[in-house]
Structures are given as C-alpha cells and as structure tokens.
Design a binder for this molecule. Structure first.
Ligand SMILES: CC(C)(COP(=O)(O)OP(=O)(O)OC[C@H]1O[C@@H](n2cnc3c(N)ncnc32)[C@H](O)[C@@H]1OP(=O)(O)O)[C@@H](O)C(=O)NCCC(=O)NCCS
Length: 147
C-alpha cells in the first residue's frame, strides 16, 4: 500500500533521485543538494503549494508538485497546476501514478480548484497517454521560455 502526503525536508534527496529517474530528468538535475533544500523551504512556506510524495513503507516511490493558482479568469476559477511528476521506474505501470493523481485531484478540489492543468514535454508520448487515461484533454499548446 502506498501512502500519499506532503513531503518532509528529509525526503528531498529521494525526490531528486526520482526527478533524475527518467531520460529527460537525468540530463536536468544537479548534484548540489543545498539548492534543492532551499527550494524545498520556499515551497513549504507557500500555502498554495504541496510537494507530494508517495511512500511504500519507508521508501519514497513517487512525487509531484501541486500548486493552487488563484485567478480572476474563467469566472474567478482557481486553477491547480501539477508539475514534476515522477513514479519510481521500478514500479511504473502498476497504478501508482493513477493513485497519486487521485490523491492530488482530491487535494485540489478540497482547496477550491475548479480545474487542473498539466504540461508534458513532446518527447514524452507515454506521459501524454497517462494524462489522457486520467481524463485530461489535449486542448491547449504549452509554451515555455527559459532564462
Ligand atoms: C508517467 C508516469 C507518472 C505514470 O505513472 P505510472 O505509475 O507509471 O502509471 P499508472 O500505472 O498509474 O498508469 C495509469 C494509466 O496510464 C496509462 N499509462 C501509464 N503508463 C503508460 C505508458 N508507458 N504507455 C501508455 N500508457 C500508459 C495507462 O492507461 C494506465 O492505465 P492501465 O495500466 O489501466 O492501462 C510514470 O510512468 C513516470 O514517472 N514516467 C517517467 C516520468 C514522466 O514521464 N513524468 C511525467 C512528466 S510530465
């Protein structure tokens, strides 16, 4: 059984391990744990953010970051944004991602969100199918500008 909930500071190395645990993530993450701990402190202070982990026993096997975005648009609908989604490669395809999203969707609705948005890299066709299996529809273009 996997239990989902907010991450603790002690989970940061495991979260970074999961962020690295895929083809694209392995090229993006750094060895310096201090910057991740600083980012964790910033995320933890913000009531509109939940850094989520899924634990099987003492082992962190999944993570995502849920952000609630208050908004005037769409009749003042609060948006939930979900990013940094990873399931440990050892347990992918066994329903962990689906359960983690069920937890996150419930948390988003409990915080007043009326919609959830995700983005995924075009190089991740499996992730797109995963999101579509959860009911997300591919209706928008996602554009990014990096500094
Ligand atoms: C994408 C990811 C989060 C999905 O989590 P998961 O635990 O593997 O997915 P689940 O086992 O819960 O699958 C749920 C449904 O998604 C779909 N799905 C999941 N993985 C899939 C794959 N590789 N190919 C096609 N469909 C897939 C299926 O419809 C599946 O339902 P089914 O098993 O009843 O057919 C996980 O595989 C992962 O971390 N991948 C690498 C990193 C990544 O792509 N992250 C997303 C960044 S945007």
């Amino acid at each position: 059984m996997i239990q989902f909930g907010p991450a603790a500071a002690a989970d940061v190395p495991d979260i970074v391990r999961l962020l690295r645990d895929d083809d694209l993530g392995s090229t993006r993450e750094h060895a310096d744990m201090a910057m991740y701990q600083e980012a964790f402190r910033e995320v933890s202070k913000d009531p509109n953010q939940i850094l989520v982990v899924g634990r099987r026993g003492a082992t962190v096997v999944a993570t995502l970051q849920l952000t609630i975005i208050p908004s005037l648009g769409r009749s003042a609908t609060k948006r939930a944004q979900i990013e940094c989604v990873r399931v440990d490669s050892a347990v992918r395809g066994s329903g962990v991602g689906q359960k983690m999203f069920a937890w996150a969707m419930e948390a988003a609705v409990a915080r007043g969100a009326g919609m959830i948005q995700v983005t995924t890299d075009h190089r991740r066709p499996d992730a797109l199918r995963f999101y579509e299996s959860l009911g997300f529809t591919n209706t928008h273009h996602g554009l990014k500008l990096f500094f």
